[in-house]
Write a protein that binds this ligand. Sequence first.
Ligand code: ADP
Ligand code: ADP
Length: 226
Amino acid sequence: MAAITLEAVGKTYAGGVKAVHSIDLAIQDGEFVVLVGPSGCGKSTLLRMVAGLESVTEGKISIGDRMVNEVEPAERDIAMVFQNYALYPHMTVRQNLAYGLKNRKMAKAEISRRVDEAAQILEIGAFLDRKPRALSGGQRQRVAMGRAIVREPAAFLFDEPLSNLDAKLRVQMRGEIKQLQARLGTTSIYVTHDQLEAMTLAHRLVVLNGGQIEQVGTPLEVYRKP
Ligand code: ADP
Ligand code: ADP
């Protein structure tokens, strides 16, 4: 059974905009799929539907053996990383990392274990007691990834996580995500408009255009010049 399955998926927004349609895709366990395509082609809509942040108006999306819309948001076994970090400004890094787990009523010792492990993986242990405003952009993005990692989810969903960073930091963080991918092996869907990110990270690339899948393949297959 595929980790994430999309069958004839479409989205028509209230007002009538048909953002995506006829999407069929089976993402395997441990697979890192990158969604690319021009602005407005529906990448973000598709990702947000998998996350359950947007209703699915046509077709079916399932994670494991459960349909996305049948699972309560708090029970969804996925974690999303956004480009705007979405950190809580009034909380320390440690509190930001622990927040989602506390909400899920996890035991304190387990929360500490997971926060410490994520801090070690992401090398953010030195500023666990700082607030987000006292961090650099790259450090904030590491904390945002830390929040996803501590959940130990069945899948990560990345929505252009590096697009707010400067060019140098983007290259560095791209390498770090590659290492995370090798270390954790978590099924992932990653949205980007950066070709180098796509080529570096993708096991499989899905090219969207006008709300439909235009091409699916390895980076070599997709970017090979004819
Ligand atoms: P991408 O992430 O590839 O830039 P989006 O998924 O954001 O594309 O957008 C796909 C299409 O859906 C665009 O035409 C966009 O204007 C439209 N759209 C996105 N969000 C909404 C919304 N909340 N309401 C109506 N239309 C939307
Ligand atoms: P958790 O850390 O447990 O995911 P949050 O309170 O951070 O809890 O998020 C609650 C829900 O809101 C989640 O489904 C999350 O994906 C979504 N969410 C959080 N931040 C944003 C954001 N900046 N934009 C859109 N959705 C968000």
